[in-house]
Design a protein around this ligand. Structure first.
Ligand code: NCD
Length: 357
């Protein structure tokens, strides 16, 4: 079964094919309008969403398919104490494909063994968000014309920003990429992303705190929201929430060709005076995202019967529990703690990738 839980479940060739397919879908929507007749997509959203859920639903409807699901876990049996594993098992008996968003890191991995249809991770806590990355890659390719030879600045909440984690994973596989990681000290990129994606692929990066100083060198600026809902201490959020504001004045220092991306929703990190700048492509990004989700649904349904093992990590049952307070394995008591050993010999939780100290 082919699922998409982590952007690295797709090869760069597969991603390129999806981009090409999404371009064709954008140009010839009628050609695709009956491709998923009699197919059903479930959107299981245990956490708030506008774009991701609606773009998945719009994608399936534009393919001639049908959608069902929930957008509030309180309306589902989760409120009665049902596990993610059981929910996925049941729903996979009703539909052909599932897109799930969950506030806990590693949640989709919890249901992998019992899910009998392709499962798409539509965001798991502060961990990964592979379909946003598909939207981001299509935007970069369509607006800049390439996915290599780029200096990419990512700015904001790099600690909890799942879109950033998946984007860095994806971009680390292209040639001549450099990252400038712009964040407050408290919200720097987690070590496992730095090691597994950047250092492993010998991608040069610098960690800085000033957006003004970094901006002139960038080809892409990926702005992100400070992820309020992930903070265990709301005073800490209050302290950091206004760390960065991109405005027209700061844009004067940027290259004429620099493109501004943002997964949205924005709070105040991009001022509205930037919206009319032709370099602001964050609203176009939402449209590319729909076409990429259409392409992904087509691809995953096509490959439905091909047994592809996507769990590249060799995992072991462990006696030791994960200590990441955001990990699904701490919430769902019946889940067996599982670990894997990374390339550096560090033992990590197989659900959320946190180090087991
Ligand atoms: C992002 C998310 O949910 O992680 N939004 C999205 O899917 N477009 C970014 C965010 O919420 O800040």
């Amino acid at each position: 079964m082919k699922h998409l839980l982590n952007i690295l479940d797709l090869t760069t060739d597969e991603i390129f094919d999806l981009i090409k397919l999404s371009q064709d879908i954008g140009k010839n929507p009628k050609k695709y309008q009956d491709k998923c007749t009699h197919k059903q997509l479930a959107t299981l959203f245990f956490e708030p969403s506008t774009r991701t859920r609606l773009s998945f639903e719009s994608a399936m409807l534009s393919l001639g398919g049908q959608v069902l699901g929930f957008s509030n876990a309180q309306n589902s049996s989760t409120a009665k104490g049902e596990s993610v594993k059981d929910t996925l098992k049941v729903v996979s008996g009703y539909v052909d494909i599932i897109a799930m968003r969950h506030p806990k890191e590693g949640a989709p991995y919890a249901g992998l063994e019992t899910t009998q249809v392709p499962l798409i991770n539509a965001g798991d806590g502060g961990h990964f968000h592979p379909t946003q990355t598909l939207a981001d890659l299509a935007t970069i390719y369509n607006e800049v014309g390439r996915l290599d030879n780029l200096v990419i600045g990512v700015c904001g909440d790099l600690k909890y920003g799942r879109t950033v984690h998946s984007l860095i994973g994806a971009m680390s596989r292209y040639k001549n990429i450099k990252f400038v990681l712009i964040s407050p000290k408290e919200l720097m990129l987690p070590n496992f992303i730095k090691k597994e994606f950047l250092e492993e692929n010998k991608i040069p990066y610098e960690e800085v705190t000033s957006l003004e100083e970094a901006i002139p060198n960038l080809d892409i600026l990926y702005m992100t929201r400070i992820q309020k809902e992930r903070f265990l201490d709301q005073n800490e959020y209050e302290k950091l929430k206004d760390s960065y504001v991109l405005n027209a004045k700061k844009m004067e220092r940027a290259k004429k060709t620099m493109q501004i991306l943002h997964p949205l929703p924005r709070v105040n990190e991009i001022s509205v005076d930037v919206d009319k700048d032709p370099r602001a492509v964050y609203f176009k990004q939402t449209v590319y995202g729909k076409y990429m989700r259409m392409a992904l649904i087509l691809k995953l349904l096509e490959e439905k019967n091909e047994p592809i093992n996507i769990v590249s990590k060799k995992t072991f049952i462990s006696k030791e529990k994960c200590k990441n307070p955001h990990c699904i394995s701490l919430i769902e008591q019946e889940l067996e703690p599982k670990v894997y050993i990374d390339k550096y010999g560090v033992t990590r939780c197989a659900y959320c990738d946190a180090e087991l100290k």
